[in-house]
Write a protein of this length. Structure first.
Length: 287
């Protein structure tokens, strides 16, 4: 007697994927209404799939092939196989239900091709361009899902993404350095006399701390701008920006005196939930 395997619950699959690999964004979705939460989870699951590619391949070519599949999906060239991919199925539903533009999704995939190679990030301008197309794009798409697609929301999303993205670059330094990948701008390393080989060797030199201090300062400026713009978007859309509160907590943790930047310090899930819940009740998100 033959048996058939039931198709996976696509909603649960996306929720589990985000909860396992991007808990702060998963926790932020808990503050959104059900329909919007489903679309946010699809968006964030897609991001997880793209970000994880570099850890799942040992050579660039297989990664390029995976990225091309998503590019083809957004170009309408992938049909039947998309239905068997729970993340793609949920994302296509979110695109349809919330009229999401596919161009930023396609650009996000293109930008993450940088991850597949060991080229250093040359300048701060290049890093900002990378984060604009990745972290900032996620905020802007999340805002659209929450019903806000204004110029103000785009401006807010840009600064929110830069603040969060810079914090993530610093948090990922232990892993990236061990893989001889460099997302810290080479321009800043040169200006502070910090050698790339020292970074790859895990040497927490005063020169490296000077680089990180400059990045933290820039991230805080973006965070301040984003916070000032938050009051200009409707309260109903502010849930899209709750991850900002986690970025603020991360920057506080990353800037502690005496911290070794090569020792990973993942935050606890309980603390993340507490940070987001407290932010959701604050004047910044409710006034």
């Amino acid at each position: 007697m033959s048996s058939t395997v039931a198709p996976p619950d696509t909603v649960t699959f996306c929720a589990d994927l985000v909860r396992s690999h991007d808990f702060p964004r998963y926790a932020a979705t808990l503050f959104a209404p059900a329909a919007e939460r489903r679309a946010l989870l699809a968006l964030y699951a897609f991001n997880v799939e793209i970000v994880r590619v570099r850890d799942q391949v040992s050579q660039p070519l297989p990664g390029e092939i995976r990225f091309q599949w998503w590019t083809d999906l957004f170009s309408g060239l992938v049909h039947g196989s998309a239905e068997g991919n729970p993340v793609a199925a949920e994302l296509l539903r979110a695109i349809r239900d919330f009229d999401l533009p596919v161009e930023p999704l396609s650009l996000l995939v293109d930008e993450h091709q940088f991850d597949l190679y060991n080229d250093p990030m040359p300048t701060m301008t290049a890093l900002e361009g990378y984060l604009d197309a990745t972290s900032s794009a996620l905020f802007a798409l999340a805002a659209r899902i929450m019903g806000e697609a204004s110029d103000t929301a785009e401006h807010l999303s840009r600064h929110a993404g830069l603040a969060q993205g810079i914090a993530q670059v610093m948090a990922n330094l232990p892993r990236d350095a061990s893989h001889r990948q460099l997302f810290l701008p080479q321009q800043y390393l040169t200006s502070h006399g910090c050698a790339m080989e020292d970074v790859f060797a895990g040497k927490a030199t005063p020169n490296l701390h000077a680089v990180l201090d400059q990045l933290i300062g820039e991230a805080r400026q973006h965070l301040t701008t984003a916070s000032s713009l938050l009051a200009q978007v409707p309260r109903s859309a502010r849930a899209a920006f709750l991850p900002l509160s986690q970025a603020r907590a991360d920057l506080d943790r990353l800037s502690r005196p005496g911290r070794n930047p090569f020792v990973a310090q993942p935050g606890s899930r309980l603390r993340t939930l507490w940070t987001l819940w407290r932010a959701s009740r604050s004047r910044e998100f409710t006034k």
